[in-house]
Ligand binder design. Structure first.
Ligand code: HMG
Length: 387
């Protein structure tokens, strides 16, 4: 039975920072950011957004009454969760109006957890084909002002409905995966920003992709020519190129040119948003599905990497009519509608986050947006609303 991604929704907050302006403010060459790293704009997170609001807003884009009735599990993948005990999934269940008779859980392993959630969802639906699973992968990538990671910040969430007979893509049973204890990126529980050995992280990412590509080929017999494109985890868009370049010599010139075009298509949205950690690889997938040259039945590779480190490589097969199934959301329009902020405004917003639960504080949530918002702290509890 075919099980896979039936729906794919995306949400990112409404503020944006031009990275040419950030480069000038930091005394860097703009080309380093836009070409060397491959990022043009990053989403800026106002203090009324968090992983719950972003995940709920992404899921609201795609859920129908039928989905609400059939979803029996909500998996929330995040590494920037809002509570050390209670899962973001429980907040999201209530806000989305899902049934009380479902399983809810939060998962963490850096940027990888969304893929674990997707595989769990696939296994569950394979056993229960009349049920659906909602997988949300959302994060705020926050490194700190004036750090090397600052240019790769970003935020957003992806929501995926996994079902039998999916409308977008079947998840093939061909995953290869690996885990190894590496200190390339981490965030201690008392820190609101990530710690990172950026160059080591890039090297481990590349090495794990190459190792898993070789293992994938050994186990499946597939070659590069069998793929119509790849969705890579994109902490910054250049990372996908660094990974793919390692295996490009396995393709002829025509196939190489085609794969490069498809890679560019997969980078369009991430280049405008920045890193959204767990959701990044699935934003790259959405970008490839909407901006790439694809036809029914083609095979796509998905490479998921989470620092620390864990990685997985698997393939998807495009279902007839997938293009119509992903056409509903105009991501480029959504990104264009964001309000640009200056570097000074971004720095003020960065410092305005409400991390202190001991004070009753209200966020700057505006009225009338129709979106889910974090309203603030009350007696140590987080409060949400639809404005
Ligand atoms: P950096 O040291 O500031 O930059 O940090 P650099 O000196 O390495 O330069 C970057 C690139 O710009 C280089 O190209 C330069 O040549 C080029 P490369 O050699 O890499 O191809 N460059 C220029 N190009 C054009 N014109 C110029 C110019 N100047 C330089 N004038 C780094 C860069 C990415 C390390 C930093 O931003 C960082 O630490 N970022 C965060 C960590 C990260 O994103 N790591 C990626 C892999 S790990 C991962 O994906 C997991 C993660 O998502 C977390 C998770 O799993 O939860 C991060």
């Amino acid at each position: 039975m075919a099980v896979g991604i039936d729906k794919l929704g995306f949400y990112t907050p409404s503020l944006a920072l031009d990275l040419v302006e950030l480069a000038k403010a930091r005394g860097d060459e703009p080309d380093k950011y836009t070409i060397g790293i491959g990022q043009s704009v990053q989403t800026v997170v106002p203090n009324y957004e968090d992983v719950v609001t972003m995940g709920v807003n992404a899921a609201k884009e795609i859920l129908t009454e039928d989905d609400l009735a059939k979803i029996e599990m909500l998996i929330f993948a995040t590494e920037s969760g809002i509570d050390n005990s209670k899962s973001a999934a429980v907040f999201a269940q209530e806000l989305l109006g899902l049934s009380p008779f479902i399983r809810t859980i939060e998962m963490k392993q850096a940027c990888y957890a969304g893929t674990y959630g997707l595989m769990q969802a696939k296994d569950f639906v394979t056993l229960h084909p009349d049920k659906k699973v909602l997988v949300i992968a959302g994060d705020i990538a926050r490194y700190g002002l004036k750090t090397p990671g600052e240019v790769t910040q970003g935020a957003g969430a992806i929501a995926m409905v996994v079902s039998a007979d999916p409308a977008i893509a079947t998840i093939n049973d061909d995953s290869v995966y690996m885990s190894r204890d590496v200190a390339d990126f981490w965030r201690p529980v008392d820190s609101t920003t990530a710690l990172v050995d950026g160059h080591l992280s890039t090297d481990v990412y590349k090495e794990m992709f190459l190792t898993l590509w070789q293992r994938y080929q050994e186990q499946t017999g597939h070659e590069l020519a069998d793929f119509a494109g790849f969705a890579f985890h994109l902490p910054y868009t250049k990372m996908g190129k660094k990974a793919l370049d390692q295996i490009m010599d396995q393709a002829d010139n025509q196939q190489q040119a085609f794969l490069r075009e498809q890679l560019t298509a997969s980078q369009v949205y991430n280049r405008q948003v920045g890193n959204l950690y767990t959701g990044s690889v699935y934003l790259a997938l959405l970008s490839l599905l909407q901006q790439g040259q694809l036809t029914d039945g083609q095979r796509l590779g998905v490479f998921s990497y989470g620092s620390g480190a864990e990685a997985e490589l698997f393939s998807l097969e495009l279902v007839p009519g997938f293009d119509k199934a992903v056409a509903g959301q105009d991501v480029l329009a959504q990104l264009a509608q964001r309000q640009n902020v200056s570097v000074a405004e971004y720095e003020a917003i960065f410092q305005s986050q409400l991390f202190d639960s001991s004070k009753n504080q209200e966020s700057d949530a505006p009225d009338g947006t129709g979106l889910c918002q974090f309203v603030g702290w009350q007696d140590g509890q987080r409060r949400y609303r639809f404005s």
